[in-house]
Each structure stands twice: as C-alpha cells, then as structure tokens.
Write a protein that binds this ligand. Sequence first.
Ligand SMILES: [Zn+2]
Length: 339
Amino acid sequence: MKRHSFSFRLFACIELGSSYNVNIPNFYIRGFSNRETFKMKKITNTMFLLICVIVGSLIANCSYSDSTKIENSSSYQLIPTSSTQNNTGNSSAPSNTEITKIELKEEIIPIKIGETEIKVVVNKSSIATTGYLYFNMHDNENTAVEATKEVIGKNGGTLVELQHNGERLINFSLNRKQYTFDPNRIFTEVGIKKTLDNYGEYTLEAQKEVSRFANKLAKDYFQNSKLVIAVHNNTEGNLSIKSYEKGQEYGNDAKLVFINPNTDADDFFFVTDEKYYKLFSEKNYNVALQDNQNVTDDGSLSVYCGFNKISYINVESEHNYLNEQVKMLEVLQDLVKNP
Ligand SMILES: [Zn+2]
C-alpha cells in the first residue's frame, strides 16, 4: 500500500486544524473592542495552530516509523494444506478455504568470493521464531523459494537463499581470472576442486576462496542444526527418484530407494537419516536414503551432512510446480513433527 510522505501528512494535519478553529474564539468577544477581539483571535488562532503542529507531528511521526519497520517485509498468500494422507501425486491444488496473509522479514548479508559479491538472503517468518532451517543455493530454482516462503510463513522457520546471477552456477573473479562452480558442490575440499575443474580453471587460490565461503555458510547455518532441509527444482527428464535405482546415475549413492509408481518421479525426498526414509516410504512418498559410508564425495550438502551426522532432507520437485512443492513441504512438516 502506498504511504504519504512525512511532510505531506504533517501539512495535512496542520491544514485540518486551522480550518476547524475559524469560529472558536467568537464566544469570548462580547464586551471587547474590535481591536481587542482581533488581538485575542490572533493569539488563540496561533495557540491552536501550535497545538495542531505538535499533535500533527506526533501522529505523522508515529505512522512514519511503522512504515519503515515493514519496508523489508513481503506479504504472501498462504495456501492451506489439504489432508496429507493421500499421495496421488496429481497436480490438484490444496483447497483455498482459509487464506491468511503473512509477513516475512528479510535480511541480506553480502559475502565476497574473490572480487565478486554474493548475497545470502535470509527470510524469517514474523509469526514464529521456531521452525526448521531451509536452504536454497541454486539461484534459478525460484519455485522452491516461493514454496518455502509460503510454508515458513505458516509454520515458522528460516530460509537461507544464495542470490548471485540468477543461474545455477556461480561465477567469480580473482586476480584477473574468472572461475565457475556449482554452489552445491563446495561443502568438502574434494568437491570444490572437482567443481572448479569441471567448469573451467582450477587454482589453489580459487579453492581457498570458495572454501572460505563454504565454511562460513556451514558455520553460520549448518554446523549446529539438527535438521537441514534443502529445497531444489529439477527439469522433467533429468534428475528424478529413478536416478537412484541400482544401475542408474546415482545408484551407488543410495542405500535404499522407494518409488510410488502412481506419482511423478520428479517429486521426491532425498534423506541422510534412515528414520526419515521410513517416515516417507511408509506413507508412499518417493524417497531415497543416501549411503553415508559409500556415497561419492562430490561436495554436495547431503554429503557434508552425511559425513557430519546432521539430518538432511532434500525436497526436490519440478520447476514451476508450486502447489506440488508446497504440498511436499507441508507433508514434511506433518511427518517430522508427528511421525
Ligand atoms: Zn538445485
């Protein structure tokens, strides 16, 4: 909503006050000369105007500070979840019977990698201080961000998002050289070397820069978390739950895989903790359990969490299927809270 400026509101208050006071002093004037009446009117008008200025400035100032407080907040319309018991995997949206407006508070933390600035954007629900930690590192996966904002607005929680160039990969410059890496391949030293090599040049100084960035993220957000929820989007025909079946691309990285053939294979959970695998598979949701001992060290967050015994759940769904991802995040809330 558009708000008028401080000076406009102050002026409006003064104008309003002076238009009301025109006839106020009339009952004093009987028995006084014209000159005395005029003087008196002038004094009373001035006093009234002064009171208007004080009251006006108090009102204007009060609403002005309110408006600055919400400057970095955004409103979202919540889609309440329907029953989480049936998992047909179809595209139907949850019912829209109760829509609640919620606010998220946003904090932007700039971090440098070499000479390039990356933004760590932290969104927190203003209605609850508790909740899970969500992380989105691929800047082109915007459905995951929107879905998570809706869910933390209702259930509480924190979304940490990396914003850089709107693409999956991060580019940075260091001492007149350009480097590229995948931000989900930087949480081990082996991973950093592989990803820099994979997308261009590798140097030790570039590795140190990326490592410093990854360590800061780990220290600030993951190290002390009991549960990290990663939110991702994929493209039809690429990564799916089927990629984790034996003989497939990531078959050796998964210990157990559960596939519900009646659902979209692009929508699935990927976990590091067997108790979460059980929760999802028992309710017929697509889920793969990482083999924490034998997984390929590609530096991804799941590998880092597996190595460091931090519970991790990846909520993966297709680009632009917002309702599906909201539903998956709500399912996660229900199952993890009430197993
Ligand atoms: Zn991703």
